[in-house]
Design a protein around this ligand. Structure first.
Ligand SMILES: [Zn+2]
Ligand SMILES: [Zn+2]
Length: 164
Protein backbone atom coordinates (compact mmCIF):
# COMPACT_ATOMS: atom_id res chain seq x y z
CA UNK A 1 0.00 0.00 0.00
CA UNK A 2 1.35 3.41 -0.97
CA UNK A 3 0.65 6.88 0.30
CA UNK A 4 1.00 9.71 -2.17
CA UNK A 5 2.79 12.69 -0.64
CA UNK A 6 3.53 14.57 -3.81
CA UNK A 7 1.04 17.39 -3.34
CA UNK A 8 1.14 17.40 0.42
CA UNK A 9 1.98 20.72 2.05
CA UNK A 10 2.55 21.11 5.75
CA UNK A 11 -0.78 19.57 6.59
CA UNK A 12 -2.59 16.54 7.86
CA UNK A 13 -4.57 14.15 5.74
CA UNK A 14 -6.75 11.35 6.98
CA UNK A 15 -7.65 8.31 4.97
CA UNK A 16 -9.44 5.00 5.32
CA UNK A 17 -8.37 2.10 3.20
CA UNK A 18 -8.22 -1.64 3.12
CA UNK A 19 -5.66 -4.01 1.69
CA UNK A 20 -4.95 -7.68 1.20
CA UNK A 21 -2.29 -9.35 3.34
CA UNK A 22 -0.31 -11.04 0.56
CA UNK A 23 2.73 -8.87 1.35
CA UNK A 24 3.15 -10.62 4.72
CA UNK A 25 5.54 -13.53 5.14
CA UNK A 26 3.69 -16.77 4.46
CA UNK A 27 4.40 -18.01 7.97
CA UNK A 28 2.52 -15.04 9.40
CA UNK A 29 0.02 -14.51 6.62
CA UNK A 30 -1.88 -17.73 7.31
CA UNK A 31 -3.00 -16.21 10.62
CA UNK A 32 -4.24 -13.06 8.89
CA UNK A 33 -6.08 -14.16 5.74
CA UNK A 34 -8.69 -11.39 5.89
CA UNK A 35 -8.32 -7.84 4.61
CA UNK A 36 -6.69 -5.23 6.80
CA UNK A 37 -8.84 -2.20 7.55
CA UNK A 38 -6.66 0.85 7.89
CA UNK A 39 -7.23 4.28 9.32
CA UNK A 40 -4.24 6.41 8.41
CA UNK A 41 -3.17 9.86 9.53
CA UNK A 42 -0.41 11.54 7.57
CA UNK A 43 1.25 14.66 8.99
CA UNK A 44 3.78 16.49 6.91
CA UNK A 45 6.02 19.02 8.54
CA UNK A 46 8.97 20.26 6.51
CA UNK A 47 10.92 17.17 5.50
CA UNK A 48 9.24 14.96 8.05
CA UNK A 49 6.25 12.83 7.28
CA UNK A 50 4.62 11.10 10.21
CA UNK A 51 2.37 8.18 9.36
CA UNK A 52 0.03 6.96 12.07
CA UNK A 53 -1.80 3.72 11.32
CA UNK A 54 -4.71 2.11 13.10
CA UNK A 55 -5.14 -1.42 11.82
CA UNK A 56 -8.06 -3.74 12.32
CA UNK A 57 -8.60 -7.26 11.06
CA UNK A 58 -9.85 -10.65 12.19
CA UNK A 59 -7.09 -13.07 13.06
CA UNK A 60 -7.40 -16.84 12.60
CA UNK A 61 -5.53 -18.62 15.36
CA UNK A 62 -5.09 -22.18 16.58
CA UNK A 63 -5.20 -22.72 20.33
CA UNK A 64 -1.88 -24.00 21.65
CA UNK A 65 -3.57 -26.04 24.37
CA UNK A 66 -6.61 -27.66 22.75
CA UNK A 67 -5.74 -27.13 19.06
CA UNK A 68 -9.15 -25.60 18.32
CA UNK A 69 -9.29 -22.99 15.59
CA UNK A 70 -10.75 -19.65 16.61
CA UNK A 71 -10.95 -16.08 15.43
CA UNK A 72 -10.00 -12.97 17.37
CA UNK A 73 -10.21 -9.23 16.79
CA UNK A 74 -6.79 -7.82 15.97
CA UNK A 75 -6.60 -4.09 16.67
CA UNK A 76 -3.24 -2.40 16.68
CA UNK A 77 -1.80 1.06 16.23
CA UNK A 78 1.65 2.40 15.50
CA UNK A 79 3.41 5.31 13.89
CA UNK A 80 6.45 5.79 11.72
CA UNK A 81 8.38 8.91 10.84
CA UNK A 82 9.88 9.25 7.37
CA UNK A 83 12.36 11.92 6.41
CA UNK A 84 12.49 13.04 2.79
CA UNK A 85 15.80 14.13 1.27
CA UNK A 86 19.53 13.81 1.89
CA UNK A 87 21.22 14.52 5.18
CA UNK A 88 19.80 13.04 8.26
CA UNK A 89 18.34 15.65 10.60
CA UNK A 90 17.48 13.12 13.23
CA UNK A 91 19.96 10.50 14.38
CA UNK A 92 17.51 8.03 15.85
CA UNK A 93 16.94 4.68 14.18
CA UNK A 94 13.24 5.33 14.45
CA UNK A 95 13.34 7.60 11.42
CA UNK A 96 13.38 6.12 7.91
CA UNK A 97 15.28 8.12 5.34
CA UNK A 98 13.79 8.40 1.82
CA UNK A 99 15.22 10.01 -1.35
CA UNK A 100 14.34 13.63 -2.12
CA UNK A 101 12.30 12.71 -5.18
CA UNK A 102 9.98 10.38 -3.28
CA UNK A 103 6.38 10.76 -4.42
CA UNK A 104 4.83 7.72 -2.74
CA UNK A 105 5.64 6.10 0.57
CA UNK A 106 5.29 2.33 0.58
CA UNK A 107 3.96 1.43 4.02
CA UNK A 108 3.88 -2.37 3.50
CA UNK A 109 7.12 -2.87 5.49
CA UNK A 110 5.64 -0.81 8.31
CA UNK A 111 2.41 -2.82 8.29
CA UNK A 112 4.33 -6.11 8.19
CA UNK A 113 6.38 -5.07 11.21
CA UNK A 114 3.28 -3.96 13.12
CA UNK A 115 1.62 -7.31 12.58
CA UNK A 116 4.77 -9.21 13.49
CA UNK A 117 5.37 -7.24 16.70
CA UNK A 118 1.80 -7.79 17.85
CA UNK A 119 1.51 -11.40 16.79
CA UNK A 120 0.79 -13.45 19.92
CA UNK A 121 3.48 -15.89 21.06
CA UNK A 122 0.90 -17.93 22.91
CA UNK A 123 -2.51 -18.44 21.33
CA UNK A 124 -5.30 -19.45 23.66
CA UNK A 125 -8.94 -19.91 22.63
CA UNK A 126 -9.80 -18.67 26.10
CA UNK A 127 -7.82 -17.61 29.14
CA UNK A 128 -8.62 -20.76 31.11
CA UNK A 129 -8.55 -23.29 28.28
CA UNK A 130 -8.03 -26.70 29.90
CA UNK A 131 -6.36 -28.19 26.85
CA UNK A 132 -6.05 -31.81 25.84
CA UNK A 133 -5.15 -34.60 28.27
CA UNK A 134 -1.76 -35.97 27.19
CA UNK A 135 -2.85 -39.38 28.49
CA UNK A 136 -6.18 -40.06 26.78
CA UNK A 137 -6.45 -37.18 24.30
CA UNK A 138 -9.75 -35.94 25.73
CA UNK A 139 -10.57 -32.29 25.07
CA UNK A 140 -10.87 -31.29 28.71
CA UNK A 141 -13.02 -28.25 27.85
CA UNK A 142 -15.81 -30.55 26.69
CA UNK A 143 -15.28 -33.94 28.27
CA UNK A 144 -13.76 -35.60 31.29
CA UNK A 145 -10.42 -37.30 31.27
CA UNK A 146 -10.68 -41.03 30.71
CA UNK A 147 -7.25 -41.95 32.02
CA UNK A 148 -8.54 -43.07 35.38
CA UNK A 149 -11.52 -45.01 34.00
CA UNK A 150 -11.90 -48.78 34.15
CA UNK A 151 -11.87 -49.19 30.38
CA UNK A 152 -8.36 -50.46 30.07
CA UNK A 153 -7.32 -52.14 26.87
CA UNK A 154 -7.08 -55.92 27.60
CA UNK A 155 -3.59 -56.03 26.08
CA UNK A 156 -2.43 -53.48 28.61
CA UNK A 157 -4.15 -55.48 31.33
CA UNK A 158 -2.04 -58.52 30.39
CA UNK A 159 1.10 -56.43 30.47
CA UNK A 160 0.19 -55.00 33.82
CA UNK A 161 -0.05 -58.50 35.28
CA UNK A 162 3.40 -59.29 33.96
CA UNK A 163 4.85 -56.25 35.67
CA UNK A 164 3.33 -57.32 38.96
ZN1 LIG B 1 -8.09 -23.98 23.72
ZN1 LIG C 1 -6.78 -38.38 30.37
Amino acid sequence: MEINIQNLDNERIELDDRCETDFLDQEIQRFYPEQLNLHILVDKFGRDVRVDVKLHTTAHYTCHRCLAEYTAAFDIRDEQIYQIGEGKLDDSDEVIQLPGNTTDIDIDPMLAEMVLLNHPIKMLCKEDCKGICPGCGADLNREACRCGSAEIDPRWEALRKLIK
